[in-house]
Design a protein. Structure first.
Length: 202
């Protein structure tokens, strides 16, 4: 495990840019982002045990690669836009996160952003992320303000329903609205399963 205070310094400006893309940020009941660290292989946002605090966990592969670290941080920052405890993000949130990681990566290195997009759409174990990205890009092509509008009254991504999507953007196909609101296991997270099992034993 490696603490990453420099990455935490980047998280604030990233959140501001995320707000421009997707609308308001809300941390309920004194929830806050406590830190960023490198650990293991799977990026995630994890609750600090016993506290209303979360930490962004980035894969160790990013510890020596700024491009990778920036892209993963940008993805996880989207999951920090609404903090109210741990939850499983819907596809619209995951797609928004993948899209934002590509935006942030392109600002640092356009060449890396192209490689990242290829990986995010064709790499192993990314099928759900690829579908989420395509769905969000399609939504925003049809209705560029849709996500900001949907999150204006309630910033909780899970409060977005197919009916609400259709209400703000009637041109969106029903099938697309449905996919955007699905909650899926995006990829196996064996490290998280081990972590939760250890917590349960204590």
């Amino acid at each position: 495990m490696l603490l990453a205070p420099d990455m935490l310094d980047l998280a604030g400006p990233m959140l501001a840019r995320a707000q421009e893309e997707y609308g308001q940020i809300l941390w309920t009941a004194d929830w806050a982002l406590m830190g960023v660290l490198f650990h293991g292989d799977n990026p995630s946002v994890r609750q600090v045990p016993g506290m209303n605090r979360v930490a962004v966990v980035l894969p160790m592969s990013g510890a020596d690669d700024t491009d990778i670290a920036t892209a993963f941080l940008a993805h996880e920052v989207i999951h920090c836009m609404y903090l109210a405890g741990e939850c499983t993000p819907p596809m619209i949130e995951e797609g928004a996160a993948v899209r934002f990681s590509l935006i942030e990566a392109a600002a640092v290195s356009p060449d890396f952003a192209e490689l990242l997009r290829e990986h995010q759409t064709t790499g192993p174990e990314v099928a759900h992320y690829a579908e989420a990205l395509v769905a969000v890009e399609w939504l925003l092509k049809l209705a560029p303000e849709a996500i900001r509008t949907l999150r204006a009254k309630n910033p909780d991504w899970k409060a977005i329903t197919p009916e609400r999507i259709k209400a703000v953007a009637p041109q969106v196909p029903a099938a697309l609205a449905s996919v955007l609101c699905e909650v899926r296991e995006m990829r196996p997270d064996y490290e998280r399963e081990m972590f939760l099992a250890e917590e349960a034993r204590q």
